[in-house]
Structures are given as structure tokens and as C-alpha cells.
Design a protein around this ligand. Structure first.
Ligand code: ATP
Ligand code: MG
Length: 561
């Protein structure tokens, strides 16, 4: 490729709204152009990176035995009605009507479409297992599209769906995909970590996410400082030791006028927030649910959804509390038997706690006994909690989710009646797995992890070009031009993905641009060094350059790439 035949359009300044380094650099380097909120055009230079990531994914998926297909981006409502997700998926789904007023959506994911294929095309256990995948555009009407292609509305995903005759077979495929993902992200050159995850709206049993580690990541990962344990905060758990009750002090009712918040109680009683029992009330389908948690812990809505068994809940309003006989600011664990109560498992280690007395302007101190049959896990872990394998303490780091694998079980195959005849000739529902990768998000994540003040430093496996040739005086000096063209042709012939910068531009500008767009290796061809039969080589990640004999050049470049 020669720059004169290609299209590069860089910018000096990043747009004002670009908070993340990757977003700023992708716009400045002309990788993407924004069309509208969460919608981006992949410009030729950015598309090369996207395509390289795609081919690594494709190669590894094929090597794992998965087979590629391509499903429509637009999907009919009827399929989604069969699984109940037409209603359930919520506002992230973009619904559209055709000219006959038939309802469709722009696919946010493809479980329904693939299960429809499976129930029509698979009928015998002999066809199993099979793992179908595609690399396809998805649309999700994200509440806050941001960070460029990192959280876009339209984005590219690799999604795979496997079908099995039994759980055991699914388990094996899951492990194979786990290994395949490790290979994919290693080949791309990312620093990443796999973590246990919640299976969310996709549903199912076991699930892992793959995160690119970056301080700017939207996800918090809890990991043990001593064991292999790591989980998304949505899922991370811990274990608690029962309070010793050795220091038991008699319970007292104390007048606490207008003291209604955790901060005010902390101040009033001069105690740590972890000794105060916090009550948070939710309205679920017009019924109240009181959640009791220690004052230092936050409720985890993903865990709460699991315990409640539905996502149709919100924090209750004060007038709703009063209507049910609750006194905002003074709600305690005793009484109110007509209302559902959930007690977080962290409460078992509390002793001598402060809690509401269910009486206006009164709290109990040194309250001891919570009357419940079972504790539930509805809070986020905090740093310093014991790892659930009881080996080490939890620490936090941040990550960007680039992959997610699930064991779906029969969630879709049951509701859509996808079955096969088993070995005994009996009809049997298939077991499923699904495996996603955020292809376009990886571009941003890789840049987030690999940049400096001059621009991107992309891993060579995904850089738009492996090498750039910058001739000094290409249009003025015949010798330079002849040598640059020859070296360029030789490198191309040796299979190097090289670009020759043949524009009429100052060398400083060419250097700055090649640094910005993340080309990992640079050859400078100038008259002076040519007179000594040498050219200058510089790696993007090193500060010094070296002079290479032209006769050794191809060999040398190959060893570098
Ligand atoms: P997130 O928690 O980031 O919203 P998700 O759990 O909704 O992601 P999945 O349904 O697991 O995502 O989709 C598979 C992959 O698609 C994700 O791991 C992520 O890399 C990518 N992805 C999801 N949403 C977006 C988006 N809005 N923009 C770009 N990539 C996305
Ligand atoms: Mg996910």
C-alpha cells in the first residue's frame, strides 16, 4: 500500500466529549468518524485493525471446530415472543415495523434466531455437538452510549452458539471455548483476565467474562490476593464468620430525634457504619421488600434481582412506606411481619448493632438477634473481604469486558422446543452454550492499554500496517525514490504488511502521523545513509533507532515482525 493510494485523515485535536484516551486517539488517528450517538463509520485505516482482529477470531474459532454462518441483523418479533424476551429485553432493543406493520427488531443478540435454525435443521444426536458462529453487527439502544466504539449502539460482535445432547458435552465445549478465548486474546496481544460472571439477561447457569485490564474500565473485578479467584463485582461473593457474641451488651432503646441517615447515626452514636443496620425498601409489583444490610455495604441490584426473581422493582417512595406502616429513617428488623424482609449474609458478623426501632425518633443500640430462617447475598463485596475460597483477601481492579461465555442449558431450547432424537430414539431437548466477543470494542480496549503521548502503540498482530517506510525527499531525490520503491516491493514480496509514505509532506509530519496511528515499525530512507548502503530502523515502542545494512534488511525485518 502507498499512502497516495490510501486514505488517512488525522486530526490535531480530539473532540471535547472524548474522555478516554482510546476514544481521543481513535478519532485523532481517523480510525472512526461519528455519524450520530453511538454510531460510527469505520474509516479505511481503522477498518484494517478491525479486520485483523476479526481474522484472528475467525482462525481460532475455525481451529476449535466451530462453523461460521451469517444470520440476518433484522429479526421478527414472533421469535422473541416465544421466549418471552420481546417484553423482557427492555428499552435496549430497537423495535421497528415494516410497511405491513409487522414487528421486528434490530438484533441485540441472536439466541432466538439460532435456536430456530437448530430446531429446524438438527434432528438427531448424530448431528451434535455443533457450534455455529457469526461475526455480525448488533444494535443495542444503550442508555448512555459513550467512549466511542467502546459502548456504541451499533457494534460488531462475534457470537457463537453450541448445541448438545447432554450437560457433559456442553461442559467440554465450554472448556474448549474458554481455552479458545485465551488464545484469541493472547494472540491479539491484550493483557486480560477471565473472571466468574453473572449471566444477566442472556440467562443460564455458569458464565465467565474476559476483561482487558485498564483503569478506565467500566467493570469492577474482585480478585483474591492469594488464590486464582476473580469475579465481576456483580457476581463476587465472600464468606462471613458468625459474630462471637462474647462482647454482648444489653439492648437499649434510644431517643434519636430526626436522626435518619447512616451518616447522622454514625455521628450521633460515634460508631463505625459497619455496625449500623441499614434498611432499603424496594417496591416490587406494588409489594414492598425491605432489604437489611450493614451501613458500609451497597446493595447489588444484579444479586437482588436473582433473589427477588424479577427485575420489576425500584426503590420505594416515602409515601409508599407510610402507606404500609413503615416509618422512613426508623425502619428496623423487628415487627412488620406483613412485609417481605431480606437479610444480607454479612449481617451474621455484626454484633451490638444500631438499628431502627420501628418507632418515630427511636433506634435500638446493642441490638443482637436477627430473626430469620435464611440470610441472602444481596450486597457488593468490599476490598479486604475474605475470598470465597477462604484463601486470601479480595482486592479490586477495573476491566473492559471483551468476551463473555455462558452455559445456557435449556433456557432457549425448552421455550422454543428445539429437540433431537437421542440414541434410544426418544425426543430430547437440546442443551446450549453461547459465546460472545466484542470485536469492535477490542480495538478501543487494545488502544486503551497501549498508548503514549504520541499516539497508539498497537500490538503488531492488529496494527493497521506492520511497517511504514518514510522516504526523505521521495519526490526530489531519484536515488531515494528508486531505493524506497525497491525496498517496498521486496518487503511486499516477503509478505510484510508495509505502507510506503509517498506523500509530499515534511518528514516530521510523516513521523508524527505514523506514531499517532500506531504503526509498530518504521524505516527511514534518506540519501546520506543510502550512500553507506544503510537505512534507519525504529520500533514504535523503543526510543532509539538502529542503522541496518540494506543487504540484511529483509532478514532483519522478518526477525522483527
Ligand atoms: P456490557 O456489560 O459491557 O454492557 P453485555 O454483558 O451487555 O456487555 P454481552 O451480551 O455479553 O454484553 O455481549 C458480548 C460482548 O459484546 C461483550 O462482552 C462486549 O465486549 C460486547 N458489547 C456489548 N455491548 C456493547 C456495546 N454497547 N458496544 C460495544 N461492544 C459491546
Ligand atoms: Mg456480559
Amino acid at each position: 500500500m502507498k499512502t497516495s493510494q490510501f486514505f488517512i485523515s488525522t486530526l490535531k485535536e480530539a473532540p471535547q466529549d472524548a474522555e478516554l484516551k482510546s476514544h481521543q486517539l481513535m478519532v485523532r488517528a481517523g480510525y472512526v468518524k461519528r455519524l450520530s450517538s453511538g454510531l460510527y463509520t469505520w474509516m479505511p485505516i481503522g477498518l484494517r485493525v478491525l479486520r485483523k482482529i476479526e481474522s484472528i477470531i475467525r482462525e481460532e474459532m475455525n481451529a476449535s471446530g466451530a462453523v461460521e454462518l451469517l444470520m440476518p441483523a433484522i429479526q421478527p418479533a414472533e421469535l422473541w415472543q416465544e421466549t418471552g424476551r420481546w417484553q423482557q429485553f427492555g428499552p435496549q432493543m430497537l423495535k421497528i415495523n415494516d410497511r405491513h406493520q409487522n414487528e421486528f427488531c434490530f438484533g441485540p443478540t441472536h439466541e432466538e434466531v439460532i435456536t430456530d435454525i437448530a430446531r429446524k435443521e438438527l434432528n438427531s444426536y448424530k448431528q451434535l455437538p455443533i457450534n455455529f458462529y457469526q461475526i455480525q453487527t448488533k444494535f443495542r439502544d444503550e442508555i448512555r452510549p459513550r467512549f466511542g466504539v467502546m459502548r456504541a449502539r451499533e457494534f460488531l460482535m462475534k457470537d457463537a452458539y453450541s448445541f448438545h445432547a447432554n450437560e457433559n458435552c456442553l461442559q467440554k465445549m465450554y472448556e474448549l471455548m474458554f481455552e479458545t478465548y485465551n488464545r484469541i486474546f493472547s494472540r491479539i496481544g491484550l493483557q486480560f483476565r477471565s473472571v466468574a460472571a453473572d449471566s444477566g439477561a442472556i440467562g443460564g447457569d455458569a458464565s465467565h467474562e474476559f476483561h482487558v485490564l485498564a483503569d478506565s474500565g467500566e467493570d469492577v473485578i474482585a480478585y483474591s490476593d492469594q488464590s486464582e479467584y476473580a469475579a465481576n463485582i456483580e457476581k463476587a461473593s465472600t464468606v462471613f464468620k458468625k459474630a462471637s457474641k462474647e462482647n454482648k451488651v444489653p439492648t437499649e432503646k434510644v431517643h434519636t430525634p430526626e436522626i435518619t441517615t447512616i451518616e447522622a447515626l454514625q455521628e450521633f452514636f460515634k460508631i463505625d457504619t459497619k455496625s449500623i443496620l441499614k434498611a432499603v425498601v424496594f417496591n416490587h409489583d406494588d409489594e414492598l421488600v425491605i432489604c437489611f444490610v450493614p451501613g458500609n455495604r451497597e446493595i447489588n441490584l444484579v444479586k437482588l434481582e436473582k433473589v427477588i426473581g424479577s427485575n420489576r422493582f425500584r426503590v420505594a417512595k416515602d409515601d409508599e412506606l407510610k402507606k404500609h406502616g413503615l416509618i422512613p429513617g426508623f425502619i428496623g428488623p423487628e415487627g412488620n411481619e406483613h412485609i417481605r424482609k431480606l437479610f444480607d449474609h454479612s449481617i451474621i458478623e455484626m454484633e451490638n448493632m444500631v438499628c431502627g426501632a420501628n418507632e418515630e425518633h427511636y433506634h435500638f443500640t446493642n441490638f443482637q438477634s436477627i430473626n430469620t430462617e435464611k440470610f441472602v447475598d444481596i450486597t457488593n463485596v468490599v476490598e479486604g473481604d475474605v475470598s470465597p475460597d477462604e484463601s486470601g483477601k479480595l482486592k479490586f481492579c477495573r476491566g473492559i469486558e471483551v468476551g463473555h461465555i455462558f452455559q445456557l442449558g435449556k433456557k432457549y431450547s425448552e421455550s422454543m422446543q428445539a429437540s433431537i432424537l437421542n440414541e434410544e430414539g426418544k425426543s430430547q431437548t437440546m442443551t446450549m452454550g453461547c459465546y460472545g466477543i466484542g470485536v469492535s470494542r477490542i480495538v478501543a480496549a487494545a488502544i486503551e492499554q497501549n498508548n503514549d503521548e504520541n499516539g497508539m502503540i498497537l500490538p503488531k498482530s492488529i496494527a493497521p500496517f506492520e511497517l511504514i517506510i518514510v522516504p526523505i525527499g521521495y519526490h526530489k531525490n531519484d536515488k531515494v525514490r528508486a531505493q524506497a520503491n525497491k525496498i517496498y516491493a521486496d518487503l511486499l514480496k516477503s509478505g510484510i504488511d508495509v505502507i510506503l509514505d509517498d506523500r509530499v509532506a515534511r518528514p516530521g509530519i510523516m513521523f508524527a502521523e505514523s506514531d499517532l496511528i500506531g504503526i509498530p515499525n518504521r524505516l527511514v530512507i534518506g540519501e546520506k545513509s543510502l550512500n553507506e548502503n544503510k537505512v534507519e530502523f525504529k520500533s514504535r515502542s523503543e526510543s532509539n533507532s538502529e542503522m541496518i545494512n540494506i543487504s540484511d534488511l529483509i532478514h532483519f525485518i522478518k526477525s522483527k515482525i
